[in-house]
Design a protein around this ligand. Structure first.
Ligand SMILES: [Zn+2]
Length: 140
């Protein structure tokens, strides 16, 4: 699995539930999506979880799986049944987690400032235009 950085679109609700710790959080400009090895999006990670080492994120995911099986009533509002979700998350927790690098995160945030400001003549727009192809395009 990996963490994919995406710009938050206006269609995205302002508050989301973290797939790992289960906490509701306010989404910033950049979403951190947890994606499994088959490129299926599992959910969003909150700013707190995204700062954790990969191994810790995996163990928090495993705890969520446990909670889903122990207290499925907490997850009844989900589209899929808690059991299906738990199984999927369990498989994800077993996969190696590929974290985005600091520069990837930084560039994505810069990009999203441009995306929101729509100011093509800003200092950052010119700086990014002058740089080479952003590295993240080749990583996924
Ligand atoms: Zn979290």
């Amino acid at each position: 699995m990996k963490i994919q950085l995406e710009h938050r679109l206006s269609s995205c609700p302002p508050q989301l539930r973290c797939i790992a710790c289960g906490q509701t959080f306010t989404v910033g400009r950049v979403r951190s999506l947890l994606v499994n090895d088959e490129d299926r999006i599992q959910g969003d990670l909150c700013p707190k979880c995204i700062r954790l080492p990969a191994d810790e994120i995996r163990s928090i995911l495993a705890e969520q799986v446990w909670l889903m099986l122990e207290q499925p009533q907490l997850f009844q509002h989900q589209v899929e049944s808690p059991e299906t979700l738990a199984l999927e998350l369990f498989e994800v927790a077993l996969e190696e987690l590929e974290m985005p690098s600091f520069s990837q995160r930084w560039m994505k945030t810069l990009e999203s400032c441009l995306f929101w400001n729509r100011d093509k003549n800003s200092v950052m727009a010119r700086a990014i235009a002058a740089s080479t192809q952003p590295p993240w395009h080749h990583n996924y």
